[in-house]
Write a protein that binds this ligand. Sequence first.
Ligand SMILES: [Zn+2]
Length: 264
Amino acid sequence: MRRTRRDPIVTTVLTLLVGALLAGGWWALRSDPAAPAPAPAQAPPAAQREVTAQHSRQADRPVPRTFDRSAHSTTDPSSTWVIVNKSHPITPSQFRPELSIVRGYQVADPAAGPLTRLLDASDRQGLGFKIASAFRSYGYQDSVHKQLVAAQGEAAADRISARPGHSEHQTGLAVDIVTPADGRCDFEPCFAGTPGGRWLAGNAWRFGFVIRYTPENEERTGYSAEPWHLRYVGPALARELRETGAGSLEEYFGVPGGDYPPVP
Ligand SMILES: [Zn+2]
């Protein structure tokens, strides 16, 4: 192999020049606070993955969609995908979310904007929705349940009220909607047949909410149908549940629900 010999002076000058350039670049990076940070090696945040998945779903149709069921925790009570039921209590039991106020009620931060948009949209339809209940603390749920047990016995109390630590309302992601102007079906199964109940069943998903308890999934969720009880799960999962026809979070994630486990 033939090698070209370079004048030693030229080589020295070149070496110095390259060194100066490298040092200059390093100093610029060190001294310029606006210099772009190197790209992170880890995966993008979950929320970003959700949005990306949503976009690619829209763009890729009819190619089969893939939905990352592990994008969020179903056990962390601050996750919008958390599953709380009679066999999956909130852990830690005294959990309290970061809260925002929507129309005078406390809701978990991630649900606040979407709930406001849902209520604004319902107002434009003249549905007259009001929030009747949103975040409920462990202590509040405990006192309500104890009063019911004292008045009606535990079996009856369990049918109409969750035990403390077992209510979705403690996550701040659940809200109960009523229509005080015509309140005959407030907190009644017939709410599903009112204009408001029908609108929620058809549109809540657009804002990231699901009707958590329906007549079809009573056995699986362990709760009677509550067409007024909305649960925020985020728009991506709400759409996914709708498109796959999954009736409940328990069904979609393969998590047991049903009644309270027997006391040993
Ligand atoms: Zn509720």
